[in-house]
Design a protein around this ligand. Structure first.
Ligand code: 8NA
Ligand code: MG
Ligand code: MG
Length: 345
C-alpha cells in the first residue's frame, strides 16, 4: 500500500528518536560486530524490560526544540529557537552534548544577548563548529516547509545558531533536503534521489564562504558533493565492506563525516543485505546497519532514521522498538502537529 504523507511525517520523527536511543549503546565504539547490534536490537523485543528504558541524547533533545519552536512560532524564529535550546540545556545538561557546543548553549541563555548567531561564530577561534549537531536536529525543517528553497534556507539558519562553519550548517541543509526528498517518495528511484541531492548541493556549495572554508580546512572543493559522488559509487558496487564505508565516507562527529554516511546507510539498506536479519524490513536494516558502522552511532542512526522513516512510514517501526525509547511517543505527536501546520500552508 502507498505510504501516506502523515505516516511519513510520523515515521521521520519517531525513527529519528529510535535511532538516537538505540544508537547510544555503541556511541564512540571503534568496532561494533553485527552480532552485538542484532543482540541489542532483539533485546528490545523482550516485553519484561519495561517501557522507555533507552534514553535519548542531545540529538533528540535539540530536535524536539526545533520542532516545538517551528510549531509555536508557525515558522522559523531564531530568537525563540535559540531560547528553546538554552532552556533545554539548562534543564537537562547531561544528555551528551558535544564538548564545544555547551559554551554556545550557556551564552544563548543570557537575556542581554541581542544577536543570537554571535555565540556560534565565536566557536573554535572564530571558525565555528563543523560538528554534526546542526544536522542531527534538521529533520523538522523538512516537515515544516513545503518549498525546497525554504527547507534549504531555514535548515541553514537553524543550524547556524550553534554551527557557524559552512561545513556544519551545510551538513544540516543536506540532511533536511534528504528528508524532504524522501517524503516526496523519491527513494523509489535511488539513483535519481542521489543525483538530485548532488545537484542541490552543487548550488549550496557554490557559495564563496563554503569555498573558502573548504580551502582553509584542506578539503577538496565542493566537499559534500564529493562525498555524495562516493555514495553513488558505493551504490554501484556489488559488495561493500563496513571498512570501505568508514574509510570512504567516515563515521565521526564532523557533519562531513556523518551526514553522507547516514544517507548511504538508507540507500544501502533499501535491499536485503547479508548479515542483517531476514525478517527485518528496510527501516530496521537501516538502523541496524548504522550502528554496525561504529563511531558516532547515535547521531548517524538518528539522521538515517529520519530519512528512512520518511520513506517507509510509521508502520515500519516495530512497536517494541518504539516502546523502548524515551520520547518516541512525544515525537509522534510533534509529527502530527507539524503535519497540520504543513497542510495549512
Ligand atoms: P560541537 O560543536 O562541540 O562539535 C563536536 C566536536 O567536533 C567538538 O567538540 C570538536 O572536538 C570538534 N569540532 C567541531 N568544529 C571544530 C572546529 N572548527 N575545529 C576543531 N574541532 C572542531 O558539538 P556538536 O553539537 O556538533 O556535536 C554533536 C555530537 O556530539 C553528536 O554526535 C552528539 O551525539 C554528541 N556526542 C558525540 C559523542 C561521540 O563520541 N561521537 C560523544 C558525546 C556526544
Ligand atoms: Mg547524541
Ligand atoms: Mg552522537
Amino acid at each position: 500500500a502507498p505510504v501516506s504523507l502523515l505516516s511519513r511525517f510520523r515515521g521521520a520523527l519517531v525513527a529519528s528518536v529510535v535511532g538516537d536511543c538505540v544508537g547510544g549503546e555503541f556511541e564512540g565504539a571503534e568496532d561494533v560486530p553485527l552480532d552485538r547490534v542484532l543482540q541489542h536490537l532483539s533485546g528490545l523485543e523482550d516485553e519484561t524490560r519495561g517501557d522507555g528504558i533507552l534514553q535519548y541524547s542531545d540529538d533528540t533533545a535539540m530536535l524536539r526544540c526545533v520542532a516545538q519552536s517551528l510549531l509555536t512560532r508557525m515558522g522559523f524564529d531564531e530568537q525563540d529557537m535559540a531560547r528553546s535550546f538554552a532552556k533545554e540545556y539548562s534543564l537537562a545538561p547531561g544528555r551528551g552534548y558535544g564538548a564545544g557546543v555547551v559554551q554556545v548553549l550557556r551564552k544563548l541563555a543570557s537575556p542581554q544577548l541581542s544577536d543570537v548567531f554571535q555565540p556560534a561564530r565565536a566557536q573554535f577561534g572564530g571558525r565555528g563548529s563543523f560538528g554534526n549537531g546542526g544536522a542531527m536536529r534538521a529533520a523538522p525543517f523538512a516537515l515544516a516547509f513545503r518549498n525546497i528553497a525554504d527547507v534549504r534556507r531555514y535548515a541553514r539558519f537553524g543550524a547556524m545558531l550553534t554551527h557557524s562553519c559552512s561545513l556544519g550548517y551545510n551538513g544540516a541543509v543536506l540532511q533536511a533536503l534528504a528528508v524532504h526528498l524522501s517524503m516526496q517518495g523519491d527513494l523509489a528511484l535511488p539513483q535519481k534521489f542521489i543525483s538530485k541531492l548532488i545537484s542541490e548541493m552543487e548550488e549550496v556549495e557554490k557559495d564563496e564562504t563554503a569555498r573558502s572554508d573548504a580551502k582553509v580546512l584542506n578539503l577538496a572543493e565542493f566537499p559534500y558533493c564529493a562525498r555524495l559522488h562516493r555514495v553513488k559509487e558505493l551504490m554501484e558496487q556489488n559488495s561493500v565492506s563496513i571498512e570501505e564505508v568508514i574509510s570512504e565516507l567516515g563515521n565521526g562527529i564532523a557533519a562531513l563525516e556523518s551526514v553522507p554516511t547516514a544517507i548511504f546507510c538508507v540507500l544501502h539498506c533499501l535491499e536485503p543485505r547479508e548479515g542483517l536479519s531476514e525478517h527485518y524490513g528496510g527501516l530496521e536494516r537501516t538502523i541496524a546497519y548504522s550502528l554496525a558502522l561504529g563511531g558516532d552511532t547515535d547521531t548517524i542512526a538518528c539522521m538515517a532514521g529520519a530519512i528512512a522513516g520518511a520513506h517507509y512510514g510509521i508502520s515500519a517501526i516495530p512497536q517494541s522498538w518504539l516502546k523502548s525509547c524515551e520520547g518516541a511517543v512525544e515525537a509522534e505527536h510533534l509529527a502530527e502537529r507539524l503535519y497540520k501546520l504543513y497542510n495549512d500552508r
